[in-house]
Design a protein. Sequence first.
Length: 391
Amino acid sequence: MPMSDIPTIEFTITNDNLDTGLRGYPVGTCETSYVDPQEGVSYVGYPIADLAFLPAEDIIHLLFNKSLPTDAERQAVADDIAERSEVSEEALAAISSLPMSGHPMDLFCAAIQILGMTSKTDDYYEDAVNLVARMPTALAAIFRLREGWGDLIPSEPSRGYVNNFVHMLGMPGGDEAALTKLLSVYYNLHADHGGGNLSTFTGRAVASGLADMYRSMASGMNALAGPRHGMANQDAFKMVHEVDTEDPDEAYQILKQRLADGGLIFGFGHAVLRQEDPRAKVQLGVGEELCPDDHWFKVVKAVREGGIRALKENPKVSNPYPNVDLISGSLVNALGFTDPDYYTTLFGWSRISGIGAQIVDERTRARGGRGVAIYRPRYIPINQPARSLSS
Ligand code: MLT
């Protein structure tokens, strides 16, 4: 973005802003998406609800090129992904040798670094798009190896981006059409969320030291693996199991007690949003279509109602509404992803396109192509009086 297009902002930093996790500080620019406190996220100006049901190829094009594709451009994205998608035998052997007792997010981050070790080009754009193209193969391998589902299934990229992942996953008993439909929406909803979410910020920060795309992305994904960030979807679904009632009143009582006991309520609230996350609303509609009679989906709906009620009673809670992490677990569970430990890998797979596009923008377009300077904020020293070894 040319500097002249950046709106003028005034921002005063006081002591109250210290140690607040940079909450709300303007630190940079973002061309891919924006999170409005009332409306939620939009990608390049399009509200997320309008984008949710498009092919994932459209979202990838939008994030990297800042426009929705024509039919010809969509085909070009699909062809480009297909051409780049092959994961080498060397990389697959290295992924296969990882300790499968590890958490799926640890395997996911390690797989990103393995892809970097075996195929990096050191061009931010090339590496970002290669990673987008290759991650479905790596993620499907992690599932199959860790779950003991048998040999890896060869990629068939002509199926389309999400359907090829479902095909390579080969989930025993999985409904391929329903899984493709759900994971397409899941992919689109999770692909980007402004520049300030922790994983994107981390990826951009690491890239500012000119670490390559794979190192930067693995760092971002490790950030995503925190329970206050992307791993909240795993913890939210575990919490839903603890509540285990389809009755909103009962859910309200249980969650109220949980809060009174000092417990955390996962899947609600947000650092920026002050209304229900539109991504949660889209997922509710998808659940009504794909799994309306599923017990855990019904429990999530009760938790949604009961949780809003319980959180609204605390005047200190600025946003008592569900975020993206409350409902997603129940949907993927209903379609066969029964182990919540995997949920953040699905989030991470999708977020690679957003973080990748933002790093490309920051390294190759920002400041007239010079790229943003190395991140180096200032920390105020405390409890460090001047001392001397000689006195
Ligand atoms: C996200 O999608 O990254 C989360 O909603 C967290 C955030 O935006 O800070």
